[in-house]
Write a protein that binds this ligand. Structure first.
Ligand code: FE2
Ligand code: FE2
Length: 367
C-alpha cells in the first residue's frame, strides 16, 4: 500500500473521482454517443458471455453483485484487455475454488463463499478505471519511480474508492428507475428491499449501517474489498491488520490466480509465457504462502477443454471489441454507427439516449 507521501505523489483522494469521471466519460464528452451505447451493450454482452461460459448460464450472483460487475465492465469499455483479464480470473477462481472444495470446506478455510471469491476476482482490478488508457495500454516499460508506474501500482489501493463511486452511480440511477413503472420492481430487488419495507427506508438503512456492514451488504462479503485492496500486497511478510488477516488466504489465492492469468496471456508490453512456467510458479506459491496441504492441480484446470475454449473465446471477443473501437475512428456518421451497433448488439438505443442525457448532466455537476 502506498504510504501517505506516496499517495500525495500519485493522486489526491479528492481527485480520484475526477479521474474516474474523466476516464469514463471521455467519450461522452466528445459527444461520442455511439460509444456510450456501445459501452452499455459491451457490458451486457460481456456479462452474459461470462455467465454462459463460466457458470453454464446459471447466474450465482446477487442482483447487486451483478450490477457491480456490469458497471465495472461498462466503465472499462476503453480497456477491453482488463475486462478480458477479469473474466479469465473469474473463470480460474470458480474452477480452483471447486478443486479446493473437494478437500476442504472452502468457506471455512477462506472465510468467504466460492461465489463471493469468484465475484471478487471479477472486480479486483476495478481501480484501473482511474488510470488513463494511454498509460495503461502503453507498450513502453516505465521506470520504477516514474509517475506512470506509481499510477499503475496504485490501482489496488484506489480500488476501494472506485467502488464507492460505482455505488454512487447506482444510487443516482435507482431514483430514475423508481420513477418508471417498468423498472420499479428492479430497483427494489437491486437493494434487497423486503416486503412491506419502503424503498426509502431500505436505502436509508443501507446508508446508515457502518462501513463493515455496508461492504457486506454491497459485495456479499467484506473479504471482497480486502482482495481488491491487497491483491498486490505481501500479506505474508508485512504486519497486517485484523481484517486483512482474516481474509489472508483468499488474498493470497487471488494473487496466484492473478499471476497465473497474467503469465499465460499476452499483454501490450509482453508476450505470453508457457502454461508450464506459470503453473510451476503457482504451485510454489501455493505451497509456501497459503500453506494448505493440498495439491491443487492447476494444470488440469487450465488444460481442460473448457478452459482452452474459454481462453480462445475470450481472445476472439477481445479482438472483436478492439475492432469495434477502431470502427469509432472511421465511421463518424451517427446513423451508420447506430446501424452497426443495433445489428451487432441489438440493444435498445432509445434507452441509451436517455441515459447519456442524464449522465451528461451528472458530469457537469461533478467535474
Ligand atoms: Fe491488479
Ligand atoms: Fe489483475
Amino acid at each position: 500500500m502506498p504510504d501517505k507521501r506516496q499517495q500525495q505523489d500519485i493522486l489526491y483522494v479528492c481527485d480520484i473521482e475526477k479521474h474516474y469521471l474523466n476516464n469514463y466519460y471521455s467519450y461522452s464528452k466528445e459527444k461520442d454517443y455511439a460509444n456510450f451505447i456501445n459501452a452499455k451493450a459491451f457490458s451486457e454482452n460481456v456479462f452474459k458471455f461470462a455467465i454462459d461460459k463460466i457458470f453454464d448460464g446459471n447466474n450465482p450472483f446477487s442482483k447487486l453483485q451483478e450490477e457491480f460487475l456490469k458497471r465495472t465492465f461498462e466503465k472499462m469499455y476503453n480497456q477491453p484487455e482488463t475486462v478480458q483479464h477479469l473474466i479469465t480470473t473469474m473463470f480460474l477462481a470458480k474452477h480452483i475454488s471447486n478443486e479446493i472444495e473437494k478437500i476442504y470446506n472452502f468457506e471455512k478455510e477462506f472465510n468467504m463463499s466460492k461465489t463471493d471469491f469468484t465475484f471478487a476476482l471479477g472486480i479486483h482490478d476495478v481501480g484501473k478505471m482511474i488510470i488513463p488508457p494511454e498509460v495503461l495500454l502503453s507498450k513502453e516499460k516505465f521506470y520504477e519511480n516514474s509517475e506512470e508506474k506509481k499510477m499503475i501500482n496504485s490501482h489496488s489501493y484506489y480500488g476501494e474508492y472506485v467502488l464507492d463511486f460505482i455505488w454512487k452511480d447506482i444510487k443516482k440511477d435507482l431514483n430514475q428507475m423508481l420513477e418508471e413503472k417498468n423498472t420499479r420492481i428492479q430497483a427494489f430487488e437491486l437493494i434487497g428491499a423486503k416486503k412491506k419495507q419502503s424503498f426509502e427506508d431500505r436505502l436509508e438503512e443501507l446508508e446508515k449501517c457502518d462501513k463493515d456492514v455496508l461492504f457486506k451488504e454491497l459485495y456479499g462479503n467484506k473479504g471482497v474489498v480486502e482482495i481488491i485492496k491487497n491483491h498486490h500486497e505481501s500479506v505474508v511478510r508485512n504486519p497486517i491488520d485484523k481484517d486483512t488477516f482474516k481474509y489472508c488466504k483468499g488474498i493470497v489465492l487471488s494473487q496466484m490466480i492473478d499471476v497465473l492469468d497474467a503469465l499465460v496471456q499476452e499483454r501490450c508490453y509482453k508476450d505470453k509465457q508457457s502454461i508450464e512456467k506459470a503453473i510451476s510458479i503457482f504451485k510454489e506459491k501455493i505451497q509456501n504462502e497459503i500453506k494448505i496441504s493440498t495439491t491443487i492441480d492447476a494444470r488440469s484446470v487450465l488444460e481442460q477443454d473448457e478452459s482452452k475454449s474459454l481462453l480462445a473465446d475470450l481472445n476472439e471477443t477481445s479482438r472483436q471489441i478492439l475492432n469495434a473501437l477502431d470502427l469509432r475512428k472511421s465511421l463518424l456518421q451517427r446513423e451508420e454507427l447506430e446501424k452497426h451497433f443495433t445489428t451487432n448488439f441489438g440493444k435498445d438505443l432509445n434507452r441509451g439516449k436517455e441515459v447519456i442525457d442524464r449522465n451528461n448532466n451528472v458530469k457537469e455537476e461533478c467535474i
